[in-house]
Design a protein around this ligand. Structure first.
Ligand code: PEP
Ligand code: MN
Length: 341
């Protein structure tokens, strides 16, 4: 449940609410909006039976949250979450573009990628250093060296860094180099990893699991939020269905569904959904039209020579055209995006 604090309530009145709840063994989470302050209460609610919360002077009303996820629910933060980064805001009017290769392969490759995606309007440089490959014999990523190269390239072109981690053992190392960690589809229900990322306080882009329902995905996000880390972006990347024409089936409907159910920003990864470069632009545009707050796109200097996901990475020129098109669409969708940043 959430407790809506009476407008104008004093700090002491708010403290009284929190103390009463915590004295019963439940946890409180704060959401201070421009209009209202909301206290999220998590834990076993039966412990509150007989506790006269409504009678406290600081309480305006008590709203039950029926959903299995509590802190991720729209009810907890009705106005939506906006994440602030140097040079961009995620979850507001601005559309935020993240782009770069599937994997960091070399200094020259990541430098060229950073230069190109920055010139087209990206704010984040993506690139995998720890690659979750289906085959243990496939290229596994440059690990720490890859993270260093990304940081260097991003700093050279004033970009932010997003990179995936696949184990909590890599969290401390990654935290030295990235501005945001990615939890990939294969780890979307690795609850231990989610908790550790929550504890780290690092911004996180949480992909949807390959066979995860929206409800389960929101519960995955709840693992991060329940550790007090609200810097979470949800990223639809396609799900496993009977269709084989695309690598995964992009669930466009997930975008408006999530916008209704949660306050967290919603991104789309058209690249892993499509599996084919030719489908990336149309799926990107559909995602923006559906209300996505941003995109994460795989871009490579020479896609055909890529060490991973060669079929789906787009060229610098294709990415540039996509950014031009999105800049044209943005105002119609009530968003802001400038080609060239
Ligand atoms: C990636 O973004 O590099 C990736 C592996 O994506 P996903 O986890 O969505 O498959
Ligand atoms: Mn990839």
């Amino acid at each position: 449940m959430v407790i809506v604090v009476r407008p104008g309530a004093t700090k002491a009145e708010v403290r009284e609410i929190v103390d009463l709840i915590e004295s019963k063994g439940l946890k409180t989470h704060f959401s201070e909006g421009t209009q209202v302050t909301i206290i999220g209460v998590v834990g076993d609610k039966t412990l509150l039976v007989g506790t006269p919360l409504e009678a406290l002077s600081g309480v305006d009303k008590i709203v039950p949250i029926a959903e299995s996820y509590k802190l991720a629910s729209r009810t907890f933060r009705p106005e939506g979450t906006v994440l602030e980064f140097p040079g961009c805001r995620v979850g507001g009017k601005e559309l935020v573009m993240m782009a770069g290769p599937c994997a960091v392969e070399s200094e020259a490759q990541i430098m060229a990628s950073a230069k190109a995606v920055k010139a087209s309007g990206a704010k984040f440089l993506r690139g995998g250093a720890y690659k979750p490959r289906t085959s243990p014999y496939a290229f596994q990523g440059l690990e720490t060296e890859g993270l260093k190269l990304m940081r260097q390239a991003a700093d050279a072109y004033r970009l932010l860094v997003i990179s995936e981690i696949t184990s909590e053992n890599d969290l401390a190392e990654a935290a030295r180099y990235v501005d945001m960690v990615q939890i990939g589809a294969r780890n979307a229900q690795n609850f231990r990893l989610l908790r550790e990322v929550g504890r780290s306080g690092l911004p996180v882009l949480l992909k949807r699991g390959i066979a995860e329902t929206i409800e389960e995905w929101l519960q995955s996000s709840e693992y991060v939020l329940s550790e007090g880390n609200y810097k979470v972006i949800l990223c639809e990347r396609g799900i496993r269905t009977f269709e084989t024409a695309t690598r995964s089936t992009l669930d466009i409907a997930a975008v408006p569904v999530l916008k209704a159910r949660t306050h967290l920003p919603v991104f789309v990864d058209p690249s892993h959904a499509a599996g084919r470069a030719a489908y990336v632009a149309p799926l990107s545009k559909a995602s923006v039209a559906a209300g996505a707050d941003g995109l994460i796109v795989e871009v490579h200097p020479e896609p055909k020579k890529a060490l991973s996901d060669a079929a789906q990475q787009i060229t610098f020129e294709e990415f540039d055209q996509l950014c031009r098109d999105i800049a044209g669409m943005a105002p119609i969708c009530g968003r802001e995006f400038r080609h060239g940043g």
